[in-house]
Design a protein around this ligand. Structure first.
Ligand code: HEC
Length: 84
């Protein structure tokens, strides 16, 4: 019986919600420093990419480390997936 539970836990930890968690934390941690946290559904995918590129510049101008390429992609994917 124990192994069934372990298998279930493994399956559940691999689902999309668990994967979105670090991206959400990154978004909430990094995108609410200079202004309120934006709503993911306020822009479409193309607009988000453009805004994210601008935000990278805003962070650099404020002597803040910009997102790494991976972080940039995580946050962008998160925003685009949450567009309703
Ligand atoms: C260093 C400060 C800073 C950080 C960090 C920051 N922003 Fe911004 N953000 C700004 C400023 C300043 C503006 C005002 C508009 C502009 O400069 O383009 C803005 C505007 C925006 C807007 C409105 C865009 C528009 O065209 O009206 C959105 C959406 C946005 N930010 C999203 C984000 C997201 C997503 C992140 C995280 C990846 C983020 N911001 C992180 C400074 C920041």
């Amino acid at each position: 019986m124990k192994w069934v539970m372990a298998m279930l836990a493994m399956l559940m930890s691999g689902n999309a919600v668990a994967e979105a968690e670090p991206a959400r934390q990154l978004f909430e941690g990094r995108c609410a420093i200079c202004h309120q946290l934006p709503e993911p559904d306020m822009l479409n995918a193309r607009q988000w990419r453009m805004v994210m590129i601008t935000m990278q510049k805003r962070m650099q101008q404020s002597n803040m480390p910009a997102l790494t390429d991976d972080e940039f992609q995580f946050v962008l994917d998160y925003l685009v997936k949450n567009v309703h």
